[in-house]
Design a protein around this ligand. Structure first.
Ligand SMILES: NC(=O)c1ccc[n+]([C@@H]2O[C@H](COP(=O)([O-])OP(=O)(O)OC[C@H]3O[C@@H](n4cnc5c(N)ncnc54)[C@H](OP(=O)(O)O)[C@@H]3O)[C@@H](O)[C@H]2O)c1
Length: 319
């Protein structure tokens, strides 16, 4: 039975592992190995429901330490590369999101495994925001190292345990108002974690048809609806059943607050200056995509995976 290593045992990694261990009838059974620096928690969550023979023991690795990767990737047919950071110094972003992803790609190449890499919409080597720049640099490195890789670029990912909607839902509990910056007009295309997991399950099957259709593609993964930031705050209030005024503040006020919060230990109010800049930019599938890019919607259509999931179907279940 082939082996898939999930490299990054967080929100997406756990959901992708679950989708592969409970793949639909007719798809090939695969053994899953979950890995990160501390993968035990994700493994024990998965062990509660996964078939025993499909879940291998968790394995510790650090993408910044190439020597820790080869033993973990031995005899692997697919590696799903998910390691990322939400906040950090530019050096940490370089080390983990760029060079770390590059180390994973080199090791995948060395063991002959197919690489599915999770990037992000907005990945851009020219960006001044370290998160976006290092996502772009990693994509560039991967394209030159693994010639048959698949890159998935999600917009904001939602689902139970997500960071974004849960955090704003908690904030709405404690704050008398919900702030948005510069009118909250930036646009997002939230995509369901279960739909990303479904796509990765399909892409990790390794059959000729799937390979033929999707190898070397960059999948721009937006959900079925586009919302402004302010509209997403309204969704939070609608589904957690709270009434709060949404007030717009100048971005400069947010940046000042972020500069102060960055100096304190991280807490639920912490938003970094870079994260604020990111949230004030559009994060949607682009209208004019290069030839090798496809949308998640197209992938779902081509592979007969059904419709993409709406926020309205899922947010009420966990906010
Ligand atoms: N969530 C979203 O809305 C979203 C949107 C677009 C793109 N993405 C991208 O999708 C990927 C997964 O996101 P996520 O939300 O699942 O993130 P997450 O929950 O924070 O998971 C990231 C994982 O990376 C592991 N990790 C961090 N540094 C590591 C290192 N040096 N070596 C090995 N493992 C390391 C962490 O586990 P340990 O601490 O145990 O090492 C953690 O399990 C990221 O690349 C992210 O940028 C996410």
């Amino acid at each position: 039975m082939s082996k898939v290593v999930i490299c990054g045992a967080g929100f997406l990694g756990t959901n992708i592992a679950r989708a592969i261990t409970s793949a639909p009838t007719g798809s090939p059974p695969r053994r899953i190995q979950i890995s990160s620096r501390h993968p035990e928690k994700a493994h024990s969550i998965l062990a509660a429901t996964a078939q025993k023979e499909l879940l291998l023991p968790p394995i510790s690795l650090d993408v910044t330490k190439p020597e820790s990767l080869l033993p973990a990737f031995k005899d692997t047919s697919v590696i799903v590369s998910l390691v990322g950071l939400l906040a950090g110094t530019p050096e940490q972003f370089n080390k983990i999101q760029w060079k770390g992803a590059e180390n994973v790609a080199k090791a995948a190449n060395e063991v002959g495994a197919k690489l599915i890499h999770i990037s992000a919409i907005g990945a851009d080597v020219k960006s001044t925001i370290p998160y976006m720049r290092t996502k772009g640099l990693a994509e560039q490195s991967i394209a030159s190292i693994c010639h048959d890789s698949i890159i998935i670029r999600p917009s904001l990912v939602f689902g139970p345990d997500d960071d974004f909607f849960n955090r704003f839902s908690r904030l709405a509990r404690y704050l008398p108002v919900l702030p948005v910056f510069s009118g909250g007009l930036s646009r997002f295309q939230p995509v369901y974690v279960g739909d990303i997991a479904k796509a990765v399950e399909l892409l990790s099957r390794g059959d000729e048809n799937t390979k033929h259709m999707f190898t070397c593609k960059v999948v721009e993964a937006g959900g079925p609806e586009v919302f402004t930031f302010k509209e997403m705050m309204k969704l939070v209030l609608k589904y957690n059943k709270r009434t709060r005024p949404i007030i717009s503040l100048p971005l400069s006020v947010g940046l000042l607050q972020a500069a102060l919060m960055e100096k304190l230990p991280p807490n639920m109010f912490t938003v970094t200056k870079d994260q604020l800049q990111q949230l004030s930019m559009d994060n949607i599938v682009s209208d004019s995509m290069p030839l090798n890019h496809i949308t998640l919607q197209q992938l779902f259509k081509d592979a007969s995976l059904g419709p993409l999931t709406s926020v309205h179907d899922i947010l009420p279940s966990y906010l």
